[in-house]
Design a protein around this ligand. Sequence first.
Ligand code: SF4
Length: 348
Amino acid sequence: MVRKIVENALSGKLLKPDEIAMLFDVPLFSYDSSLIQSTARQVCDKACGSLAEIHAQIGLNISPCPRNCRFCSFAVCNSVFSGTEELLIEDVVARAKGFESDGANAIYLMTTAGYPFNRFIEKSQEVRMSLKPDTVLIANIDDFSENEAKRLKDVGFTGIYHAIRMGEGRDTTISPKKRLQTFKNAMEAGLLIGTCVEPVGSEHSTDELVEKTVITRDIKPVFSGAMRRTPISGTGLAKYGQVSQSRMAHILAVVRLATGYSIPGNCTHEPNVVGVSSGANIIWAETGANPRDTEKETQQKRGLTVEQCRQIFKEAEWDVLSGPSRFYGNKRGQHMPMDFDYEQSISN
Ligand code: SF4
């Protein structure tokens, strides 16, 4: 049965929730798990025209956040950071230009929830003006209104990163409905969406993995994928430990098969060779603040450089796109690479 489902995914058929669940439940290191991961790699390769991408994020600020997502180091309840700090605009611009010259395919500006929206727009404007016109800029910020979505578009963002996280409304104080509304507001404004199944913990059920996978498929993003939760020492969720990279490779492979060819990207975080070998074609470089780090400057601890990401892809035999992101460059509904041959994919 598992082999038939995998075959269907390879041939471009949309998987049903019970079929996705069956794939998630396949034991690790079995023949079927290897089949899922190797097929996910094939689907991934075809969906992106064999070119992986490196996206790079700048965390603009640190501020204790009252939204209290239990997995985030900025959450007030986790008591990691007490003060408020913010990168100077000159610094943000320098880091963005650095990522651009290092060859990042898209640059993300991230803030904590509650960061003043007008200030974010002002800073984004400066960054936008300092970059080449075709460099792809993405916002990763708090939930926003329809009007704010238009302002993000007007200032030069191509898209957003946004997610209905694992445990949304249970391990966070934000309702899934609110997160969904933000997706809608972004789409109305013509912003493209990157998302993923995150942050995955060992306690999460197959049902929740399936639910979140289907949500990421239904919103028609430019990429989905899967990220594990980083345990922040001394916090409530730390007792669950961390899902292994091997297990995450299986999970992101199932997400890849479930989301199909019309969604070209499949990300994983944090970057690792086994993940990109098994069906992830986007990984992130990071600088500045990071919700998974306890250091103020993540490049001194968890954050990787563009070059380190390039090496990870190289170890997994991926070529990396040169130039602006094709995932975010494509128009909604036209994600299929020009050279994608459906008939060919079946006969392979
Ligand atoms: S994930 Fe975002 S909204 Fe949640 S606590 Fe962290 S900064 Fe706040």
